[in-house]
Each structure stands twice: as C-alpha cells, then as structure tokens.
Write a protein that binds this ligand. Structure first.
Ligand code: ADP
Ligand code: MG
Length: 166
C-alpha cells in the first residue's frame, strides 16, 4: 500500500486456541478503529494446538457472526507476507501485562523491518479480560472447572467435548 494511505484493513493475527472473551473484546475495539478487520488464524504456530485451525476458524465465525466488517481467515507462513497479499495497512495485537511487551515488541520491530508500510497497533482489553489467556482457559477446563465468563458458551461446550468431559 502507498505509505500515505489510511489503513482500510487491519489484520488481527493469533493462534486463538481457543478464542477467549479477551480476544473478542479486542476484536470489538479493533473494529471501532478500522473500517475492516480480518481475524487471521495461524494454521501451525509450530506449537501443538488443542483445536485444528478449521475449528478455531469456526469458533471465531460463530462468535463474530453478528459483527459487521469482521472477517475470519487462516494463514501460514510470515504474517507480513499475508498482510501484503491482503493489502492490509495495520496489524492489531493485544497487550495485557508488561510480560507481553518483550515478545510483542520484538515481533513488531521485525515485522516493521520486513514491511515498513504495515503499522502494528497495540490495544488493551477491558480490565475483566486482562488476565485471560487461551493457555490458562485450557488448563482450567482440563481440570474440570467451569470457564464460563472466560469464553463463549459455544466455545465452552467445544472445550468440554474436546477434553472428553461431556
Ligand atoms: N485476554 C486478552 N486480552 C487482550 N488481548 C489478548 C488476550 N489474550 C490474547 N490476546 C492477544 O491476542 C493476540 C493473539 O493471541 P494468541 O491467540 O495467544 O496468539 P499468539 O500465539 O499470536 O500469541 C495476541 O496479540 C495476544 O496478545
Ligand atoms: Mg499468545
């Protein structure tokens, strides 16, 4: 994109394994800023995911069904390549605690070096979601505890099923 153009499309990338209410809070905030928001599910983070990327896409599609101007897609490879391919002008990332900073800054600098025209934008979730992570949600669910209020009821049901709890 031209360097003086406004970011019409932002990409919100992540593993979303599974999507939490923190992710959804960020999507709501992002779509107030950007005309279009593309939530991009990393197909294989090299990490072992509980849900397939197809399942993660489905959960996000369900959760965002009522949100105009929000789309969901999968990608693999470098995020900057995907962003350029889609013509995105911005990358949206969430910052919860100071502990997120180091990793996020490293990535943002590296992405800027590779794609200077693509701006990384950080947003904070609402306080109620500041401690939520997919990893902890999975641990709590695997321990047989309720994750109500941390994920949507549909995601909670999928977690129980996936973990053979129901
Ligand atoms: N509770 C939350 N509140 C705000 N942002 C969050 C929350 N949980 C995750 N995020 C942000 O959402 C993005 C995707 O997170 P995640 O699914 O863990 O993928 P990744 O593997 O890229 O970290 C990251 O920018 C992360 O900081
Ligand atoms: Mg993460």
């Amino acid at each position: 994109m031209a360097s003086d153009a406004t970011a019409e499309l932002a990409i919100y990338p992540g593993s979303f394994d599974p999507p939490t209410l923190g992710h959804l809070d960020l999507i709501e905030r992002g779509r107030r800023i950007f005309p279009r928001l593309l939530v991009a599910v990393l197909r294989n983070a090299g990490k072992q995911a509980l849900f397939t990327s197809g399942e993660r896409v489905d959960m996000l599609r369900e959760a965002c069904a009522a949100m105009d101007r929000v789309e969901i897609a999968e990608f693999d490879g470098l995020l900057v390549d995907f962003a350029q391919e889609r013509g995105a002008g911005a990358l949206l990332r969430g910052i919860r605690a100071i502990s997120d900073y180091e990793y996020e800054f490293q990535m943002a600098w590296m992405n800027r070096r590779m794609a200077p025209a693509v701006e990384t934008v950080f947003m904070m979730p609402g306080e109620a979601f500041a401690y939520l992570s997919s990893r902890l949600v999975k641990e709590v669910a695997a321990g047989g505890r309720s994750v109500a209020g941390m994920v949507t009821p549909a995601v909670e049901a999928r977690l129980r099923h996936k973990l053979h709890l129901a």
